[in-house]
Design a binder for this molecule. Structure first.
Ligand SMILES: [Zn+2]
Ligand SMILES: [Zn+2]
Length: 212
């Protein structure tokens, strides 16, 4: 299974491509901007996009979803509890000083426990609310390695902010403790921004996650 993540857009959202290179099928996570870069990577891998998924519906994570959907024909999904944030994109654009993304056909397919598939690859969906009500994390277990795409829920040595629409600090901590820290220590965490980390590192070192 092929996994790659790279920074896109003015706010540096990490976009990930997870691909079954044999079947030439891929899932794109958080196409937040820089459509030409995302498309160039997909073309270089020679893969077709089966599904576009979003860890949550902040503007920096959905910036080029419409363009990618137009060229791939793939469904694009969010969690239903983030639907209101998609409607708030003009307000989000004004707040962040960025453009309003073109409108994509978002479905509400991401709910806790479903599996997103492309070729032989399977991404498990965990509903991890807190940063936004519909924040999700995606778990890929393949070849003895686990990757978790945690969006803006968990960062290296930090956690997601909860001062934006629908943010809930207690819910965020519950999500991290019950859904993420229960993953294996060596699980690689791809954060929504910045460097990757591991579950073991965050359990041991993250200053925001100390139990008192
Ligand atoms: Zn966010
Ligand atoms: Zn973000």
């Amino acid at each position: 299974m092929h996994v790659e993540s790279f920074s896109v857009g003015p706010l540096g959202c990490n976009c990930s491509i997870v691909a079954d290179l044999e079947a030439r099928r891929a899932v794109v996570i958080d196409p937040g901007g820089d459509y030409d870069l995302v498309k160039g990577r997909l073309d270089a891998l020679d893969v077709k996009v089966d599904v576009i998924v979003h860890t949550h519906t902040h503007i920096d994570h959905v910036g080029c979803t419409a363009d990618l959907q137009r060229t791939s024909g793939a469904p694009a999904s969010i969690h239903p509890a983030d639907r209101f944030l998609y409607k708030l994109l003009p307000v989000q654009a004004a707040l962040t000083g960025t453009w309003i993304p073109k409108s994509a056909e978002m479905d509400d397919a991401l709910v806790d426990g479903v599996t997103v598939r492309a070729g032989a690859l399977e991404l498990g969906v965990l509903h991890t609310p807190g940063h936004t009500p519909g924040s999700c994390s995606f778990v890929l277990a393949s070849g003895g390695r686990t990757h978790v795409f945690a969006g803006d829920t968990l960062f290296r040595d930090s956690i997601g902010r909860t001062d934006l629409w629908g943010g809930d600090h207690d819910a965020l901590l519950r999500s991290i403790h019950s859904k993420l820290l229960t993953l294996p220590d060596d699980a690689v965490v791809v954060a929504g921004h910045g460097p990757s980390t591991t579950i073991g590192h965050e359990r041991a070192r993250n200053p925001h996650l100390r139990r008192r």
